[in-house]
Design a protein around this ligand. Structure first.
Ligand code: RP5
Length: 166
């Protein structure tokens, strides 16, 4: 279920369109739960003024979480977090030469006082960042909380139904 016309509650931003292969998994999860969201390219290095404007406006526009994905010198999540108190969920995107270990370390090693919740490198991190944004929203939305519980229950059942080759 997707609600593109409603005011976005979650912003999904990424440093480049080349990050979409990974970040689409965050968007897919938000769509599955029917969470109003937006997705944009906002580059820390190539469009820093727009990055700061996005971060400064985020809370006033009603965003409750920002999922920020970037690769390499992945400054986007940290710099957005520096300019807003909206929770920032950082997704390290796999990079060409260091396979995302550079992205992970860039995002996770924030100085005390400016947190970025940092997720796994790649697809799992993007999906889990979305699930965390959903969990944040579910603290004040009982219907969403019920959908999250159902998601967990389906996942548990799928694991219990797993069979190994004999
Ligand atoms: C980062 O540089 C982006 O987040 C992307 O992961 C990486 C490479 O960007 P492109 O050169 O593919 O645009 O800022």
């Amino acid at each position: 279920m997707s609600t593109p016309s409603a005011a976005p509650l979650v912003g999904v931003i990424m440093g480049s369109s080349s990050d979409w292969d990974v970040m689409q998994h965050a968007v897919a999860m938000l769509k599955e739960f029917g969470v109003p969201h937006e997705a944009k390219v906002i580059s820390a290095h190539r469009m820093p003024d727009q990055m700061f404007a996005y971060a400064e406006a985020a809370r006033g526009r009603g965003l409750r979480a920002i999922i920020a994905g970037a690769g390499g010198a992945a400054h986007l999540p940290g710099m957005v977090a520096a300019k807003t108190i909206v929770p920032v969920l950082g997704v390290p995107v796999p990079s060409k030469y260091l396979r995302g270990e550079d992205s992970l370390l860039s995002i996770v090693q924030m100085p005390k006082g400016i947190p970025v919740s940092t997720f796994a490198i790649g697809e799992a991190g993007a999906a889990n960042a979305a699930l965390t944004a959903i969990a944040i929203l579910a603290t004040t939305d009982d219907q969403l909380a019920a959908r999250l519980q159902e998601f967990r229950a389906r996942q548990t059942q799928a694991a219990m139904d797993m069979a190994l080759p004999t």
